[in-house]
Design a protein around this ligand. Structure first.
Ligand code: PGA
Ligand code: ZN
Length: 418
């Protein structure tokens, strides 16, 4: 029995300089642990509620003092003396305490900070690394396999001040090497891409997720430069390194016209035409994964896309599934996709995140554990990804401290486990 003595949240800032919640749990035996939560910019319509103060006098309304109060006054009281090792029970209590469909009362940000901090404290009292604790708590099989990094080296959409409509272009070093080599290869290509951009007179400042974000002339220019960078770094596209994109299509969708608007390429495409575009790209570029290729509620479009492209490429639901078991159940039944993005803050507790992973794995969906565009140095997702045997981890470019925190944690785990 490891009873909780005290739970204390504070308002801290994320990588965009916006407020977020950090929670510290202290146990009666003196052990303590902290967790902080990230925040999205291209947030899915169906995500759990991120509670913000809406007080325009502070941080443009983005303050999280109410969420902090909910931890300190409501959750702290409810969980006092609770055994921290009973993670599933703790999460159940938190869900009951909120008692809304989307955690709008206490805030998913507040709830998740407590849930994750409890897991860290639970691991600490057992003297285990976090990944091992998660693995044992949720009965995942022990695997030596590390998730393959998807590194977002070209930032667009809502994540950068660029004219690129596509939110993310990523490189995926799949080569038969260990995780340290995969991360190295990603970083090498990232630097070569910087060189190429400089040679062409482009800006090399980085966006929210650490990738380059220059204004370009056509979308495919970004793809061509990435292909050149892979080759110039000494790797073979389609063998050593693949491409991936997160289109972030919900933001590009005009509900009235039922069209996707790509300003850079001066084109408006129906679902069918967009699927056709992806199909053309698949013939020309080594894409391994297309995330949120269509709007989050364009179910018939997703079904068609999965039918036409699902055997050639991973079709990842992020805004489509929002780490929510109900949305995923629909996706499985209606064959909407073949992979899922996992973001704990889309649902609000560790246990619900794991439920979603379990359901996805049972149905042979590929798992991609992901950061958010607004991050802290918290590296929880790296342990989570390793513990559940995720196929991929998406943590941005190998640039910016809050992105590297995740890759560096994987390197630490590798050192312990190899
Ligand atoms: P977000 O972006 O954190 O801004 O939602 C990440 C993603 O869409 O995968
Ligand atoms: Zn996404």
């Amino acid at each position: 029995m490891n009873p909780i003595k005290n739970i204390k949240a504070i308002e801290i800032l994320d990588s965009r300089g916006n407020p977020t919640v950090q929670t510290k749990i202290t146990l009666k035996n003196g052990v303590s642990a902290k967790a902080s939560v990230p925040s999205g910019a291209s947030t899915g319509e169906h995500e759990a509620h991120e509670l913000r103060d809406q007080d325009q006098e502070r941080y443009n309304g983005l303050g999280v003092l109410k969420a902090v109060d909910n931890v300190n006054k409501i959750m702290a009281k409810k969980l006092k003396n609770q055994d921290v090792s009973k993670q599933k029970e703790i999460d159940k209590r938190l869900i009951e305490l909120d008692n809304t469909k989307n955690k709008s009362k206490l805030g998913a940000n507040a709830i998740l900070s407590v849930s994750l901090a409890c897991a860290r404290a639970g691991a600490k009292v057992k003297g285990q690394p976090l990944y091992k604790y998660i693995r044992e708590t949720y009965n995942f099989k022990k695997k030596k396999r590390f998730p393959i990094p998807m590194m977002n080296i070209f930032n667009g959409g809502k994540h950068a001040d660029t004219n690129l409509d596509f939110q993310e272009f990523m490189i995926v070093p799949v080569l038969e090497k260990n995780i340290d080599d995969k991360i190295r290869v990603g970083a090498e290509i990232f630097h070569v891409l910087g060189q190429i951009l400089r040679e062409k007179g482009y800006d090399t400042d980085v966006g929210n997720e650490g990738g380059y974000a220059p204004d370009i002339d056509h979308t495919i220019d970004a793809l061509d430069m990435i292909m050149t960078a892979i080759k110039r770094a000494g790797y073979e596209p389609g063998r050593d390194v693949f491409l991936a994109t997160d289109v972030g299509a919900s933001i590009l969708y005009d509900q009235k016209k039922k069209e996707y608007i790509f300003k850079l390429d001066n084109s408006s495409l129906s679902s069918d035409q967009l699927i056709e575009l992806y199909s053309t790209w698949l013939k020309k570029y080594p894409f391994i994964s297309i995330e949120d290729g269509l709007d989050e509620d364009d179910f018939s479009g997703w079904q068609k896309m999965n039918h036409e492209l699902g055997d050639k490429v991973m079709l990842v639901g992020d805004d489509l599934f929002v780490t929510n078991i109900k949305r995923l159940e629909k996706g499985i039944k209606e064959k909407l996709a073949n992979a899922i993005l996992i973001k704990p803050n889309q649902i609000g507790t560790l246990s619900e995140t794991i439920d979603c992973i379990n359901l996805a794995q049972k149905n042979k969906f590929k798992i991609n554990v992901s950061h958010r565009s607004g991050e802290t140095n918290d590296d929880f997702i790296s342990d989570l990804a390793f513990a559940c045997g995720a196929d991929f981890i998406k943590a941005g470019a190998p640039s910016r401290g809050e992105r590297l925190a995740k890759y560096n944690r994987l390197l630490e785990i590798y050192e312990q486990e190899k």
